[in-house]
Write a protein that binds this ligand. Structure first.
Ligand code: PLP
Length: 455
């Protein structure tokens, strides 16, 4: 069975973010079913999903209520659109629920099918807003190096991943990137006179201001960033970063776009990462945890400032997707939000699981391979190092991160590697016991990684 699937897969299936040739040689792992925080493969292995799929299965696998919501909606109205002047109950109810849960000034939502489409929508809304305000030169968008904002051309242009840019050109013009507040990777190396994380956070905010001045403040439309940068390496900014960034943006009247595709829906222990960091985004792209990944849906929450202008002064906005606010996806998303509320999932991450993970995860910092163990809510990272005292990294050619990832998988844990940064982002329904198990499996894989690297 496994070999059959692997053969068909190799012959016909091009995987996202995959070296096609290498996969053809190694063969895929076939995932057949899942429940709670565990996935199962075709060889009978049960694996703790420390990544919640792709940071999205917040409610865990196998929730009957979400299946029922989909079934009911498929029977009542499997598809209708929200174009022109029609809509349907799931889209309307979901829009209301989202605006109720979001910070007070976000009162409108534009639905999309994914996070990438949400960021395409952001780009268009930002530029349209400033054009309507009579400032068509305010076009530049400042994003961050190494950020991931999606795989559409606008998404990858907003993102700051060099390999994607190299394969994706020509990029959307008018987008530029500034450094990320990556303390372990860049800050601790002691740039500037004060090498504290807090000083580094301010340094990164200063880089935004310098970029604004270089472009001319009258030309800068928006700044886009995740509260905690996810795919870039689970980068938790120093506490000084966001307050300083807010100040800079306010000084030059620049819109703030907070990409909540990963951080939204409880990941950081609040409904949105913006709440944790006390941000007031003008635009907030969302996806993933919105439906716990059960069906594809995304959107952009729009603050009053931008929404009022688009509505009052904009006329028709020539933008939308066939599946914007798809009724079945919307019904599942609504049921997902209702379950998260009735089960107090977000509060549990904030008050219990987040602090518990922080304590348990930090215990890995004593491992010879670990230069830093950091977490916030239910997102965490380990920095693998060759020398614990100097923090020196392994040679790239050793592929320490990928080795550790593969050993984790072999031992029953999904952990992701971004270079030599190991990442977890488990379902928010994980228990304390399962967190213990996750940490135990991670340590086991670290031991084995160290052994292999020493060979
Ligand atoms: N924004 C962020 C922060 C993401 O992490 C992702 C996906 O990982 C996206 C946008 C793109 O979302 P999607 O894959 O649904 O298009």
């Amino acid at each position: 069975l496994t070999a059959d699937y692997q053969r068909l897969d190799r012959d016909h299936h091009l995987h996202p973010f995959t070296d096609f040739k290498a996969l053809g040689k190694e063969g895929s792992r076939i995932i057949t079913h899942a429940e709670g925080v565990y996935i199962h493969d075709s060889e009978g292995n049960r694996i703790l999903d420390g990544m919640a799929g792709l940071w999205c299965v917040n409610l865990g696998y196998g929730r009957r209520e979400l299946v029922d919501a989909a079934t009911h909606q498929l029977q009542a109205l499997p598809y209708y659109n929200n174009f022109f002047k029609t809509t349907h109950p799931p889209a309307v109810k979901l829009a209301e629920a989202l605006c109720r849960l979001a910070p007070a000034h976000l009162n409108r939502v534009f639905f999309t099918g994914s996070g990438s489409e949400a960021n395409d929508t952001v780009l268009r809304m930002v530029r349209r807003y400033w054009a309507l305000k009579g400032k068509p030169d305010k076009q530049w968008i400042i994003a961050r190096e190494n950020a991931y904002h999606g795989s559409t051309v606008a998404g990858l242009s907003l993102g700051g991943m060099a390999p994607m840019h190299e394969q994706g050109g020509p990029l959307v013009p008018g987008i530029t990137h500034v450094r990320q507040p990556y303390w372990f990777g860049e800050g601790r190396l002691g740039e500037g006179r004060d090498p504290s994380p807090e000083a580094f956070g301010r340094l990164c905010a200063d880089a935004i201001e310098a970029k604004i001045l270089a472009l001319g403040e009258e030309n800068v439309a928006a700044f886009i960033a995740e509260p905690v940068q996810g795919a870039g390496g689970a980068i938790i900014p120093p506490e000084s970063y966001w307050p300083a960034v807010k100040e800079v943006l306010a000084k030059y009247d620049i819109l703030l776009v907070v990409d909540e595709v990963i951080c939204g829906f409880g990941r950081l222990g609040e409904w949105f990462g913006s709440v944790h960091y006390d941000l007031e985004p003008d635009l907030m792209p969302i996806a993933k945890g919105l439906s716990s990944g059960y069906l594809p849906i995304g959107g952009v929450l729009v603050g009053d400032r931008v929404a009022d202008t688009l509505i009052e002064e904009g006329g028709e906005f020539f933008h939308g997707f066939t599946y914007s606010g798809h009724p079945v996806c919307a019904a599942v998303a609504l049921a997902n939000l209702e379950l998260m509320q009735s089960e107090g999932i977000v509060e549990r991450v904030r008050d219990d699981l987040g602090p518990y993970l922080a304590e348990r995860w930090a215990s890995l910092a004593d491992h010879p391979l670990v230069g830093e163990a950091r977490s916030l809510g239910l997102i965490g990272a380990l920095e693998l190092v060759a020398d614990k005292t100097t923090g020196a990294r392994f040679a790239k050619s050793l592929g320490a991160g990928n080795l550790c990832r593969d050993l984790c998988f072999a031992q029953g844990l999904v952990m992701r590697s971004v270079g030599d940064t190991m990442i977890i982002s488990p379902p928010l329904v994980i228990t304390r016991e399962q967190i213990d198990d996750l940490v135990r499996l991670a340590r086991q894989a670290l031991d084995e990684t160290a052994r292999r690297l020493a060979e």
